[in-house]
Design a protein around this ligand. Sequence first.
Ligand SMILES: NC(=O)c1ccc[n+]([C@@H]2O[C@H](COP(=O)([O-])OP(=O)(O)OC[C@H]3O[C@@H](n4cnc5c(N)ncnc54)[C@H](OP(=O)(O)O)[C@@H]3O)[C@@H](O)[C@H]2O)c1
Length: 253
Amino acid sequence: MFEYSPPADLLADRTFLVTGAGGGIGRACSLNLLAHGASVVMLSRDQGKLESLYDEAEQSWPGRSFIQPVDLGRAGAEDFGVIAASLEKQFPALDGLVHNAAVLGPRSPIEFYPEQQWREVMQVNVNAAFLLTRSLLPLLAKSADARVLFTASSVGREGRAWWGAYAVSKFAVEGLMQTLAAEVGTTTSIRVNSLNPGGTRTAMRAAAYPGENPDTMPTPESLMPVYLYLLGPEGRNLHGQALNVRDFDPATI
Ligand SMILES: NC(=O)c1ccc[n+]([C@@H]2O[C@H](COP(=O)([O-])OP(=O)(O)OC[C@H]3O[C@@H](n4cnc5c(N)ncnc54)[C@H](OP(=O)(O)O)[C@@H]3O)[C@@H](O)[C@H]2O)c1
């Protein structure tokens, strides 16, 4: 695993938005960004989880956490416009957007995959990521050194039976990452990558592998050195890359 122990002020004066902050990897990511000096807008569906995260964050890092409850499965372009306008009033720039929220959907062969759930998975995992990115690009462009980090999956890099819309949505996320990276690479300071966390001890992993002993999986916290590197100043040299936590080594990329 990548070893990296950045200083506590690594992300001082930077502002990030993390989707899916209510649990799992997004929660760990939000807390680690706060612990390294950033202000963090924590976006997720469940208001109760966000409020308890906010309370925890306020105790250690007062005044730097903000919560944004939103159901990405239902939000439309107007809702994202309202979120962007609100952030524009509060912050001079956005220094990072971490697209972490996703839903797994049913594990089913394509032949029997339910249409409505296909649409829901694509809505949360792809369409919402597109709409949120589009609405926040102007604020990201105001940063001297911004990041957009998409969350990938192994099944979105090589197709695998029964992963249905989840796998297809993660292929789409790679396409969105590459397209955006090609567009903003020379005209802005925004750096865009995708990161595959690999199997991680979360609710989603437990739903996908109900027979697995969760204790055999790495914790979300253990992934955080890679997230901090990519989102911090040293990550600016990486752009348009499909990265993996497991084999992450900036010296070889
Ligand atoms: N865990 C793994 O082994 C693994 C492996 C490869 C990739 N990934 C990827 O890593 C990312 C994080 O996954 P995780 O394992 O941490 O999953 P998780 O524990 O299920 O957390 C997902 C987060 O996304 C939020 N979310 C889901 N649907 C939403 C919606 N409609 N609107 C707003 N927020 C929504 C959830 O919010 P609520 O709590 O409010 O429902 C939750 O906070 C995902 O992109 C996943 O595909 C995970």
